[in-house]
Design a binder for this molecule. Structure first.
Ligand code: G3H
Ligand code: 13P
Ligand code: ZN
Length: 315
């Protein structure tokens, strides 16, 4: 059943985090639904502009609608990840999305507020929630690359004004993470001081953590042992920090890179071990199972595992 992100946040806020998983294709979708049923977790499917353009945005919509009928017990929201203004309007008008993210964080503070406000007005008129970003994460997202020198943490005082004037429903905040596989050099930790200050200044506002993959060392090592060339110093968010962050208001946790690592590991190992194979279905099946297990594991770490019936009771 497709619900709104607001319905999920209402149950999760300050108790657990809802996993927001990027999907691009059929195999990821099957693995995602299986993993969430396996772990009895509500979840958010998020589609980036790149995902919508990978084949055709209608293809992903059809996959998700079909998955909804194959897994009638699933409870999830559908969200646009890192949208610009035009893509947000396209999703709002489509009637398919529960919420959209307008990412104008690279603009000036005033311009970010103005753009977000326009999207909020259009989205709210149709009952759709808006996630907006203040502060800038490092790393690559869509076609924008922010180098470390330009990344900046969210200023909690600015967050108060931003939320009031933009009217956004959830706040993507820069709290020490970055997109991709290379997040931390040396000390590996979220900025709990910033999370706490934002929650105190904007109580009740769900905080969204982007760049939340944990980039497991074992996964990187297995990929490299099967012919990959990832930098072995790749580090992500420590999984035992998800729940402490959730208790402080981090309600949506975005994960994409870790799923890509699962795909890469499964396929590299499969073709390394079976070099004469050329049927893509055997590794595809392995991937769907591995991705389902990965999702179920993440949901345990986020605290969303086992929350499906609690959410259902509130609908
Ligand atoms: O933050 C961006 C997400 O990981 C989506 O990545 O734009 O390559 O689909 P993508
Ligand atoms: P990761 O690159 O850490 O998976 O972050 C994904 C993300 O923030 C999607 O919006
Ligand atoms: Zn992101």
């Amino acid at each position: 059943m497709i619900v709104t992100t607001a319905q999920l946040y209402q149950v999760a806020y300050r108790k657990f985090a809802v996993g927001a998983y990027n999907i691009n294709n059929l195999e990821q979708s099957m693995g995602l639904f299986r993993g969430c049923i396996q772990s009895q977790a509500p979840f958010i499917i998020q589609l980036s502009k790149g995902a919508r353009n990978y084949t055709d945005k209608r293809m992903l919509e059809a996959i998700i609608r079909t998955a909804e009928t194959i897994f009638p017990e699933a409870i999830f929201a559908v969200h646009l990840d890192h949208g610009n203004e035009a893509t947000c309007y396209d999703c709002v008008d489509s009637g398919f999305y529960s919420s959209v993210m307008i990412d104008a964080s690279h603009e000036s503070f005033e311009e970010n507020i103005a753009i977000t406000r326009r999207v909020v007005d259009r989205a709210h008129a149709k009952g759709i929630s808006v996630e907006a970003e203040l502060g800038m994460l490092g790393g690559v997202e869509e076609d924008i690359k922010v180098d470390e020198g330009h990344a900046c943490l969210t200023n909690p005082d600015e967050a108060v004004e931003f939320v009031q004037r933009s009217g956004c429903d959830s706040l993507a905040a820069a709290i020490g993470t970055s997109h991709g596989a290379y997040k931390f050099k040396g000390q590996q930790s979220l900025r709990f001081d910033v999370i706490e200050a934002i929650s105190e200044k904007v109580p009740g506002m769900p905080i969204v953590m982007h760049g939340s993959s944990s980039v497991p060392i074992e996964e990187v090592q297995r990929i490299n042992a099967a012919g990959g060339k990832l930098d072995p110093s790749a580090r992500g968010v420590a999984e035992n920090e998800y729940i402490p962050a959730a208790k402080l208001g981090v309600t949506k946790v975005n994960i994409d890179t870790d799923g890509r690592l699962v795909w890469t590991r499964v396929h590299r190992e499969f073709f390394r071990d079976k070099p004469a194979e050329f049927d893509f279905r055997p590794p595809g099946k392995n991937f769907m199972q591995a991705y389902a297990d990965f999702i179920a594991h993440k949901n345990e770490k986020l605290g969303s595992a086992g929350q499906l019936e609690t959410v259902r009771a509130t609908l």
